[in-house]
Each structure stands twice: as structure tokens, then as C-alpha cells.
Ligand binder design. Structure first.
Ligand code: G
Ligand code: G
Ligand code: MN
Ligand code: NA
Length: 255
């Protein structure tokens, strides 16, 4: 069976699920949100990481269907955490450039999924990569605005790895930038990376945006990010991506 066939079969069997990686406010230590990350629980191959199947899914046009299962699973978990009275957090779902391009379809799917699950739009966030945002900025700006008007915030992911025009960036009605983990990784050894991270935080704050640093693995990373006034961290230092039930326990501890 080719990978494409396996992915189709996995979609039919609904084998894709969301894991959730907590995002922590540096100043207070509180969990304020999480990122939903796709996992494929294959009966043949076990847990397949997204690095293996996302690129193939993008090539063969199955990425939208997979992301839809992740969106539905995420909203199902948000509803479950709500029903248990756990602290309210936002869940950020990755959206492909293609989905952002088919904006009408995306909008109606998101609204329908939220309504079906009984989840308020403020608990959902959409992540768009810097490269897909800048690929067709006029469209992306419109889509971000439409979502914002409906109460769903958008953020720009993998910031620093694409080619942002700052004049375009300032027109995006987003509320967050996520600094790519490739810059965070060496921030305490490489003065260039330290300067880049510091500059991204300053740029974001000048545009009234919050900043999330990804790939935060050590206390040294955390202390550096605190010193440059980064707002939020996500990474193995605090937690790996967790299944929904483990995330519920995490939220219960913070209560
Ligand atoms: O979970 P992680 O290591 O290994 O994810 C690898 C890559 O796959 C990351 O760049 C992440 O943004 C991407 N990814 C994870 N989940 C999704 C998803 O649901 N949709 C899309 N489009 N990308 C995802
Ligand atoms: O591209 P995106 O930002 O969506 O990718 C998030 C990816 O980063 C996920 O695959 C997630 O598993 C991974 N990740 C999260 N925290 C860490 C970390 O501390 N170190 C490393 N190496 N990867 C991380
Ligand atoms: Mn992401
Ligand atoms: Na990223």
C-alpha cells in the first residue's frame, strides 16, 4: 500500500487525532492555551509523527481532510474540558495555506464545527505559517479579518523562517507571532539567534502583538526569553504534546 492509500484509509477510519501542547504565560506561570498537533494512530505502524505524513498529505491533497479531523477532535476536547469545569484555555489549530486559500469553505467548516461542539469562538485560534501568510497576503489579510470579526483569533506561526514584508505584517489583524523553534534552540549560544529573538519580540510589541516562543527546552532558554520580555512559552521544558485526557489532568492541577 502506498502512503497515499494508507492516508485515505486512515481518514475513513478516523485515525487522526489531536495532541495538545501547553502554552504558559512567562510572568504568571499560568497555562493560557495550547497548540493542537496532529497525530496518526495507525493500527499497523503505531503513532506516526506529523513530520512523516503532513508533507505527503499536502502533496496528495489530503491535508484539508486531516486538518478537519484535528479541528473536530480539538473542539470535542474543548467541550469536554468545559463540561468538567476546567479553566478555560484557547486551542490553536494549524491551518494549511491551501485551506486559507479556500476561505469560504474554511469559514463555514470552522463555524459549523464550533456550533456542533457548543464551543465559543474565543477558545479557538488558527495558526497560519509565515510563508503561507506572505504567499498571498491580500487574501490572508481578508481571511484573518473575517475570522477576527467572528471572534476567532489568528496567529502567524514559524515567524522568522519566511520572508515577511514589514509593511504587510503591520496590516495583518493577528494578535500573536510565534517565534520558530530554530531560533530558540541556540539562543543561549549563538549571539545572532539571541539578537534575532530579541528583535522579533520588540517588533511584535511595537505592533501590539503578543509573542509565543516555541521549542523552549531549558531553564536557560526560559531565562533569556524572560529577559527580552517574551510573553508566552511552548516547549518540552514545560510539557510535550499531550493526549486530551492528560491535558485535562494538567488543567485540573492548575485549577
Ligand atoms: O507535532 P510536530 O512535530 O512534530 O509537527 C511537525 C509539523 O507538522 C509542524 O510543523 C506542525 O506545524 C505540523 N502540523 C502538526 N499538526 C498539524 C495540523 O493539524 N495541520 C497542519 N497543517 N500542520 C500540522
Ligand atoms: O511548526 P509548528 O510550530 O506547528 O511545530 C510545532 C512542532 O514543534 C511540533 O511538532 C512539536 O512537537 C515540536 N516541539 C514542541 N516543543 C518542542 C521542543 O521543546 N523541542 C523540539 N525539538 N520540538 C518541539
Ligand atoms: Mn504551529
Ligand atoms: Na512554528
Amino acid at each position: 500500500l502506498t502512503m497515499q492509500h494508507k492516508l485515505r484509509r486512515a481518514l475513513d477510519r478516523q485515525e487522526f487525532m489531536a495532541y495538545f501542547q501547553p502554552q504558559v504565560d512567562i510572568a504568571t506561570g499560568a497555562i493560557i492555551g495550547c497548540e493542537a498537533l496532529a497525530r496518526w494512530q495507525s493500527p499497523d505502524d503505531g503513532m506516526v509523527p506529523p513530520g512523516v505524513f503532513i508533507p505527503v498529505a499536502e502533496e496528495c491533497g489530503l491535508i484539508d481532510a486531516i486538518c478537519l479531523q484535528i479541528l473536530v477532535d480539538s473542539c470535542r476536547w474543548i467541550a469536554e474540558w468545559r463540561s468538567r469545569g476546567l479553566p478555560e484555555i484557547t486551542v490553536a489549530v494549524n491551518i494549511s495555506g491551501r485551506q486559507f486559500h479556500n476561505s469560504r469553505q474554511l469559514m463555514s467548516i470552522v463555524e459549523q464545527t464550533l456550533a456542533d461542539a457548543g464551543v465559543p469562538p474565543r477558545q479557538l485560534e488558527l495558526e497560519l505559517t509565515e510563508s503561507s501568510a506572505m504567499n498571498d497576503p491580500e487574501n490572508a489579510i481578508n481571511v484573518v479579518r473575517m475570522f477576527r470579526d467572528r471572534g476567532v483569533a489568528c496567529s502567524i506561526d514559524d515567524f522568522g523562517t519566511g520572508y515577511s514584508s514589514l509593511s504587510v505584517l503591520k496590516r495583518f489583524p493577528i494578535h500573536k507571532l510565534k517565534i520558530d523553534r530554530s531560533f530558540v534552540m541556540d539562543v543561549t549560544n549563538d549571539p545572532n539567534d539571541a539578537a534575532i529573538v530579541q528583535a522579533i519580540v520588540a517588533l511584535a510589541h511595537a505592533l501590539n502583538l503578543k509573542v509565543v516562543a516555541e521549542g523552549v527546552e531549558t531553564l536557560e532558554h526560559l531565562e533569556f526569553l524572560r529577559s527580552v520580555r517574551c510573553d508566552t512559552i511552548q516547549g518540552y521544558l514545560f510539557s510535550r504534546p499531550l493526549p486530551g485526557e492528560a491535558m485535562a489532568e494538567f488543567l485540573a492541577q492548575g485549577k
